[in-house]
Design a protein around this ligand. Structure first.
Ligand code: GLC
Length: 585
């Protein structure tokens, strides 16, 4: 039987009626009781802004806080209730702000503290909160704390970083390789010692074993809470606790080194630090925390989130790491199938089922664009973007949209490595060649995984530089900006942006999408990602065809339900067209 919804344009009307119907049960006493159990951040959508790439207002080619402020109404129109702002504190920008030189002031590149206060206030007027990115594993090597610590062994901050003596032959204390390449140790003449850096040499790790350091870090968090921050995304948090044993690890590369992640991530005892952090900062405040927790498995989530957890949510990476090869280079990706991807999501959904809450994300400023990442062979990028948007917004959890994702951004592929900005892209490029890959293979890796794929400027319209800046953009605008941009898509009811707005409205008014359980359907299918969301009063079935071909499924899955939304405008029980995304209710 064909459940025709009519033309694409009719979808809007049908949806409006359906949404009205969905809203009605919310007035019932039982539903209201359920609803009050949720915190504000569970019912909203978070939008991640990479401020450097959002909107430039002073013509220097870098986005700024005033520029972001100009687009708050745009974000409100997407149903966004919180903006995660990647770091805007004073920084030499070796890692674009993830190397903080002063935690309590704004980098001039982004504006002033007044601009920040204005942003927090103007966002609040629209019921949007600003969530700060706290980088607490390391500082910049230009931070006053580090400059003092590195000045000698006898000063107030001498034990604020991880200092170690050389090996007897004068070489680095061990063979750990930093995440951004090379030895994780840098020699300091003034101390006759090495310091440890998990990331770049300019990002020395703080010594969390020192209670003074922990107090200083809590003061930073409280400074921003007192300014009105709506919460924190907490950077690279799994590395703050170092193991007692600093001996060499088993080499995993031709350089004789071992990746530091394997040696230090998620070390026993880390939760004690994080419980203390929570107690001294966010506890009792109406804000949320989301930790970046590379190295924490879905099965460990109960210790990390929920009632007894240290955070409200945790970014867990099993689904985005799916194409990572074993040789730790971008040039050797691992093959994966849809069932692998679904299993990763299923594990996270299962782990947060009765405990904690899941931050749903497919992209961020460190990841490739999701269309290239998860649907690399998709023949129609618009349909692919709508399919992935449906996944993002209808899963159980709080959706995190990364800027541009709502427009259907795709990766860039520049020919020359010198066109890239990201330090990790250079490190990966060099590492691939050290490991014996060709230049061409190294560039393929860059095209596939470079963090600059995510960082190209926002495309506001089809004007010069997509109207991101009047100057020269710090990173080239994606060539597709004449079609993929806010103005063009806002005017087109069939655009990716319109689809996101529809989905966002649907989620905000749907008890099923906000509160419903999640049950995966057809887990064995290599073609279809499907699940049921269900409350006592209603259900939705979401079906996503990850292939470029027509596929069928057992129509019993949607028996008794009606199609609510499809990226084709209509839907047939038991059949899905290429890249079709459909919601039944
Ligand atoms: C996190 C950030 C990344 C940064 C790194 C070091 O992974 O997301 O952008 O480079 O930490 O701070």
């Amino acid at each position: 039987m064909r459940n025709a919804i009519g033309t694409k344009r009719a979808v809007g009307l049908l949806l409006a009626l359906a949404m009205l119907a969905l809203l009605l049960p919310a007035a019932g006493a039982e539903e209201t009781a359920v609803a009050t159990e949720h915190k504000w951040w569970q019912d909203t959508i978070v939008y991640q802004v990479y401020p450097q790439s959002y909107q430039d207002t002073d013509g220097n080619g870098y986005g700024d806080l005033k520029g972001l402020n100009e687009h708050l109404d745009y974000l409100a129109s997407l149903g966004v209730g919180a903006i995660w702002l990647t770091p805007v504190m004073v920084s030499p920008m070796v890692d674009n702000g993830y190397d903080v030189a002063d935690y309590t002031d704004i980098d001039p590149r982004y504006g002033t503290m007044e601009d920040m206060e204005q942003l927090i206030a103007d966002a609040a007027d629209r019921d949007i909160r600003i969530v700060m990115d706290l980088v607490l594993n390391h500082t910049s090597d230009q931070h006053a704390w580090f400059l003092e610590s590195a000045s000698g062994r006898d000063n107030d901050k001498s034990d604020w970083y991880i200092w170690r003596d050389p090996k007897p032959d004068g070489s680095a204390p061990n063979n750990w390789r930093a995440i951004f390449g090379g030895s994780a140790w840098v020699w300091c003449e003034a101390r006759g010692q090495y310091y440890l850096h998990t990331f770049a040499p300019q990002q020395p790790d703080l010594n969390w074993e020192n209670p003074e350091v922990r107090q200083a870090v809590y003061d930073v968090a409280n400074f921003w809470l007192d300014k009105g921050a709506g919460g924190f995304r907490i950077d690279a948090i799994t590395y703050i606790k170092k193991p007692a044993d600093f001996s060499d690890g088993e080499p995993d590369g031709a350089d004789g080194m071992v990746g530091i992640h394997a040696m230090t991530a998620n070390t026993e005892g880390i939760l004690d630090f994080l419980r203390e952090f929570k107690e001294n900062t966010v506890a009792g405040r109406d804000v949320f925390t989301v930790g970046e927790a590379n190295g924490v498995q879905a099965s460990e989530l109960p210790d990390w989130v929920g009632e007894n957890g240290v955070f409200d949510m945790l970014f867990e990476f099993s689904h985005v790491d799916i194409g990572n090869g074993t040789a730790h280079t971008w040039s050797d990706p691992a093959p994966w199938t849809l069932t692998d991807l679904k299993a990763a999501f299923a594990a996270s959904q299962q782990a947060t089922k009765d405990n904690g809450w899941y931050p749903v994300f497919l992209e961020n400023h460190d990841q490739p664009r999701s269309i290239n990442h998860f649907l690399p062979d998709a023949e129609d990028p618009v349909m692919a973007a709508k399919l992935l948007g449906t996944l993002l917004i209808t899963m159980r959890g709080t959706p995190f949209i990364f800027e541009g994702q709502e427009l259907g951004y795709t990766n860039v592929a520049w020919d020359d490595i010198s066109l890239y900005n990201d330090l990790n892209t250079y490190a990966q490029y060099l590492f691939a060649m050290e490991e014996g890959f060709t230049e061409e293979e190294a560039m393929e890796g860059v095209h596939r995984f470079s963090r600059d794929n995510a960082r190209t400027p926002m495309q506001w319209d089809d004007g010069e530089n997509a109207s991101f800046t009047d100057g020269t953009p710090w990173l080239p605008v994606n060539d597709n900006y004449t079609e993929v941009n806010v103005a063009t898509e806002a005017a087109d009811p069939d655009s990716v942006l319109s689809w996101y707005r529809t989905l966002s409205g649907l989620r905000a008014s749907s008890q099923v999408l906000l509160y419903g359980d999640y049950t995966e359907l057809f887990p064995e299918s290599e073609e279809i990602f499907a699940y049921r969301r269900q409350t006592e009063d209603g259900e939705m079935v979401i079906l996503l065809n990850f292939t470029n071909g027509a596929v069928s499924y057992d129509a019993a899955a949607v028996e008794g339900l009606e199609p609510l939304l499809s990226n084709y405008g209509d839907a047939e029980a038991g059949a899905l067209r290429p890249l079709e995304a459909v919601i039944w209710h």
